[in-house]
Design a protein around this ligand. Structure first.
Ligand SMILES: Cc1cc2nc3c(=O)[nH]c(=O)nc-3n(C[C@H](O)[C@H](O)[C@H](O)COP(=O)(O)OP(=O)(O)OC[C@H]3O[C@@H](n4cnc5c(N)ncnc54)[C@H](O)[C@@H]3O)c2cc1C
Length: 495
């Protein structure tokens, strides 16, 4: 064994870095192993010809009064200059654009588009979300025994218990009125926050996901990767180490089947008292002997894999984007039919005068659509990969033209990424990203938890509770750090 550490964290995405920073802050000797040359994973960046692009995630939440990032950074003795964006985004549907305000202007906007008759739905959505946020303040884990259930119940405000119990096992669609425009709007918003439509999304998860704008969408200097780079600095500041180009291929167990180390692709071994895997759960299981964790393996095998992402990165020179152009847009092609595969897009622009994200006053744009990763495996196998990439790329650029006519012709740079690209850069071998869709009976209490079933091995990341987003995975990182002995109690005094 080359070294002995208190904790080894596998993967320097936001989840792993959250755990590592919290444990290092308590004096643990922490080693983070990352296969890539940068931190951040799906919330990272890359640079090309003077532009700095967010690779996947672009919308930063979690910096409001009850936001997990703001409270986590305060706990770590650092902060980020996050500026709230109003509106959070523009949602372009056929024939209309809905402005997603996060403040009281949202009430007038939703009445204008969906009528006063939709008010009971919005009020119920906000009541459920408020109850969930109040519970999330206590950073609860999925309970696995009577003590855990008691701790969770103690964290729930008494007045919220009947409401949350009534939501159990129901989908968000069970409270959405039948209005077509409203249903389409909700389905599109949930696709980017819960990875599924209203009919397939758990009610509590969906109501909370729809609260993104009300909780606050923020602009971060240098893009969303600033969350990971700030956490990485916090790890190193407290003596933790991050090793790059270090792909973990095996997690080793001692005779009692207690995790005690890892092996890298080049055969290097490291040992530690505890391991945290921040990889997708399938990738973690692939690092363990096939005879272990049979129950978890069965549960994972039954779970349908999530979506992949197809993205375009466009560098636009100065003068192409109006100064006051909103930074985030969702575009939906049709009022009915499936979403994803170019029929629904998400576009994010770097802000004006962000010199480090775009040279000479230009803008770095990330455009994404949900896509089935299996489609790209088939295309690769039958030789149609390039043609399909070009065709879907055209749809993304057509979306950019729709909200910014003439921009495509001015572009300095256009690049595309498929689920294959995401697999190569993030190590999600099947190209699926963003965790599992948050279905009823597969979300919160019934999600995969931080417990791996193997002593000394905790899990975090977007395939375990509470799920996708930098906010979600930070909570999972806090829970994993706590499982390894960190005493994390985030401040709630300003809430
Ligand atoms: C296109 C797209 C758009 C998104 N939009 C948003 C958004 O706007 N807002 C938002 O909050 N969230 C968004 N998300 C979701 C969010 O990015 C993720 O949920 C979150 O970043 C996942 O973090 P993680 O730490 O769990 O995993 P990852 O980010 O996947 O990090 C895992 C890390 O582990 C490393 N790794 C993998 N295998 C190994 C190995 N064997 N050994 C060592 N290291 C390894 C990877 O290189 C990576 O750095 C988006 C995701 C995508 C793909």
């Amino acid at each position: 064994m080359e070294h002995a550490w208190d904790v080894i964290v596998i993967g320097a995405g936001v989840a792993g870095l959250t755990s590592a920073a919290l444990l290092a802050a308590e004096g643990a000797r922490v080693l983070v192993l990352e296969r890539h040359t940068l931190v951040g994973g799906c919330a990272s960046f890359f640079q090309r010809q003077g532009y700095r692009f967010d690779v996947g995630a672009t919308v930063a939440g979690g910096f409001g009064a009850r936001g997990i990032h703001r409270r986590l950074f305060a706990h770590l003795g650092t902060s980020l200059p996050a500026t709230r964006l109003e509106p959070a985004m523009h949602v372009h549907l056929p024939g209309t654009t809905i402005v997603r305000w996060g403040d009281e202007r949202w009430i007038a906007e939703r009445r204008r588009h969906f009528g006063v008759e939709s008010e009971p739905f919005w009020q119920q959505q906000e009541r459920i979300a408020d109850a969930a946020w109040r519970l999330a303040l206590h950073t609860p884990a999925v309970p696995h025994d009577l003590l855990g259930i008691r701790t969770t119940l103690q964290a729930v405000s008494v007045r919220d218990i009947p409401l949350l119990l009534r939501c159990l096992g129901r989908s968000l669609a069970s409270i959405v009125p039948t209005d077509r425009l409203l249903r389409r709007f909700i389905d599109a918003q949930l696709l980017i926050t819960a990875q599924a439509s209203a009919a397939a999304t758990d009610l509590v998860y969906g109501a909370t996901a729809l609260d993104l704008a009300r909780e606050g969408v923020f602009h971060l200097p240098d893009g969303i990767a600033t969350i990971a780079t700030t956490l990485a600095r916090a790890v190193q500041h407290r003596g933790g180490k991050i090793r790059y180009r270090s792909e973990v291929v095996a997690i080793t167990l001692d005779q009692r089947e207690h995790a005690n180390g890892v092996v890298l692709h080049d055969g290097t071994r490291y040992e530690a008292r505890q391991i945290i895997s921040a990889l997708p759960i399938r990738e973690t299981l692939a690092c363990l002997p096939a005879s272990t964790n049979l129950t978890l393996r069965r549960r994972v095998a039954q779970r349908q894999s999530g979506w992949g992402a197809f993205t375009a990165y466009v560098g636009l020179p100065a003068g192409t984007v109006p100064d006051d152009f909103p930074l985030h847009h969702q575009i939906i092609d049709d009022i009915e039919g499936p979403l994803g595969e170019g029929r629904s897009l998400f576009l994010s622009f770097s802000a004006m005068h962000e010199q480090r994200r775009a040279r000479n006053g230009g803008r770095a744009v990330t455009i994404s659509t949900h896509t089935d990763p299996r489609r790209w495996q088939r295309a690769y196998a039958d030789g149609t990969y390039e043609t399909e990439r070009a065709a879907l790329g055209e749809r993304l650029l057509a979306g950019l033209e729709r909200i910014l006519p003439g921009s495509r012709a001015c572009a300095d740079l256009i690049e595309f990424a498929t689920p294959h690209t995401f697999a190569r850069y993030t190590g999600h071998t099947d190209g699926a990203v963003g965790g599992y869709p948050q279905r009823p009976w597969q979300a919160h209490l019934t999600a995969f938890s931080h417990r791996s079933g193997i002593a000394g091995l905790a899990l975090c990341g977007d395939t375990v509770f509470p799920g996708q987003s930098t906010v979600g995975v930070s909570l999972s990182g806090i829970i994993a750090a706590r499982a390894c002995g960190a005493r994390v109690k985030l401040d709630t005094s300003s809430v």
